[in-house]
Design a protein around this ligand. Structure first.
Ligand code: ADP
Ligand code: MG
Length: 445
């Protein structure tokens, strides 16, 4: 029956996935209508467990004419499970460090001019940033960089920051949301003077994602004064945005015109050669040898977002490490295949609306900036469901929830996963939402 089930699975699954994950499994026990199937390692077990338990049970039940279940266990022990866990823990630690870096508002040392790959799509932005870093307040002031998500705006701002910071200039890097929150706090605690001092003593102020101050009048007002004070004192301003000043509809005219005082440059999505160069550079930095052919497949598949491009490479390398399989085109296809076709039609919006209703908040609140617990928690639950059940990418989730950073989404998923483990009532609530949205799924919860 197991051989027959394999045959049927082979027809139902993408070939690459079948070859990677299923072909080498073997039946090791059958008892009380339960198939125990041996797999190579813990990673393969988790993969099969999460995605195939219900499909396989259904197929076996069909074949045997009575209800059957399946259980995947680690069988051949070529790879010590401890190794897997160490690798995974390392990755989690790295992610956490990245979150800390962001929330500490310090500069991330990874983002330098050296690690930035220059191509036609970003050549001008790179040259202008370099000029500004070498000659603050002399080259272009302000420098206004704009471009789509994941194209390197933050990287450029931070590269300017890292390079000038190393020369003992006082650098302040903040997102416009940080700026807004700082201001709100200062007003609340009657410390607006300190707030102004802090921002105005910077030699270089780097403001990331300025688009978020559009529509916020008092923040715009304060920023206008900060801008004037710094610019008047011959200090450098660098601003990034997802769109050019002209397209920021609710931006005050006086700010718009100031943004256009200096130089405005865009960053475009990278062409194939640049995408391949970025992957090569990233592999090299990680000390990995990746065949050109593999680099090209990944670069062809992920076209518009460099963060996703990097994520794809990490994923492919992890698949290879954890499964012990060589980097073949087949492994890449499997690693990048979207394995949850039954959910691909699920609109993120639907998840957001349903979760909002269940928690008694509005969709606007979910997409808004309110961080109080009553709103933040349902927002995080929606992120979790989109990530863990619907398999939507981190940046896409961020976008679906009002334009949040992928690290925010990552953090939310970890937090919800953690709460699920500790709080039974909460777990039931999430499971109920999951079933309501996706029907019963094989996801372990
Ligand atoms: P944005 O701020 O525009 O959304 P980021 O600066 O966060 O994008 O870039 C996303 C990821 O892609 C970062 O890890 C960054 O280091 C990387 N990246 C972007 N552009 C390049 C490039 N030209 N060369 C190397 N890495 C890049
Ligand atoms: Mg950014």
């Amino acid at each position: 029956a197991w051989q027959a089930a394999l045959g049927q699975l082979q027809m139902e699954m993408p070939k690459a996935n079948f070859d990677t994950w299923v072909r080498s499994t073997e039946l090791i026990n059958y008892e009380k209508n339960t198939f125990t199937v041996g797999v190579q390692n813990a990673y393969a077990r988790d993969w099969l467990d999460t995605r195939l338990t219900s499909t396989v049970s259904r197929i076996l039940t069909g074949l045997m004419d009575s209800s059957q279940s399946v259980n995947f266990v680690v069988w051949q022990k070529n790879i010590e499970p401890a190794v897997d866990e160490a690798v995974i823990e390392n990755e989690i630690e790295e992610e956490q460090r990245e979150i800390e870096v962001r929330t500490n508002r310090t500069l991330n040392p990874r983002y330098t001019f050296d690690s930035f790959v220059v191509g036609a799509s970003n050549r001008l932005a790179h040259a202008a940033s370099l000029a500004v870093a070498e000659n603050p307040a002399r080259a272009y002031n302000p420098l206004f960089l704009y471009g789509g998500v994941g194209l390197g705006k933050t990287h450029m701002l931070q590269a300017i920051g890292n390079s000038t910071n190393a020369r003992n200039l006082s650098v302040l890097y903040v997102s416009s949301e940080d700026f807004t929150n700082d201001l709100i706090n200062a007003i609340r605690t009657h410390t607006t003077n300190q707030f102004r001092d802090r921002y105005r003593k910077a030699d270089i102020l780097l403001i990331d994602d300025i688009q978020f101050i559009a529509g916020k009048e008092s923040t715009q007002e304060e920023f206008f004064h900060t801008f004037n004070a710094l610019h008047g004192a011959n200090k450098q301003l660098v601003i990034s945005s997802d769109r050019p000043p002209k397209a920021m509809v609710t931006l005050e005219e006086r700010l718009r015109s100031r943004f256009e005082w200096g130089l405005t440059v865009d960053i475009q999505p990278p062409d194939l050669e640049t995408r391949m160069a970025i992957l090569r550079s990233k592999a090299e930095r990680a000390g990995r040898r990746v065949p050109n052919e593999i680099i090209e497949i990944i670069a062809r598949q992920i076209q518009s977002n460099i963060r996703e491009l990097e994520g794809a490479l990490t994923r492919v390398l992890a698949f290879s490490d954890l499964s012990g399989m060589p980097l073949t085109t087949q492994l890449v296809t499997s690693a990048l295949a979207d394995m949850l076709p039954q959910h691909s039609s699920m609109e993120p919006r639907q998840v957001v609306n349903t979760v909002a209703r269940a928690f008694g908040v509005t969709t606007e609140q979910m997409l808004g900036r309110d961080r109080s617990r009553g709103v933040a928690l349902p927002r995080q639950v929606a992120m979790y469901l989109l990530r863990e059940v619907a398999n939507v990418s981190l940046p896409q989730i961020g976008q679906a929830l009002g334009g949040r950073d992928h690290t925010t989404v990552m953090y939310a998923c970890e937090k919800v996963a953690d709460m699920i483990e500790r709080d039974d009532h909460f777990r039931r609530q999430v499971v109920q939402l999951r079933d309501q949205l996706f029907g019963r799924t094989p996801m372990a919860l």
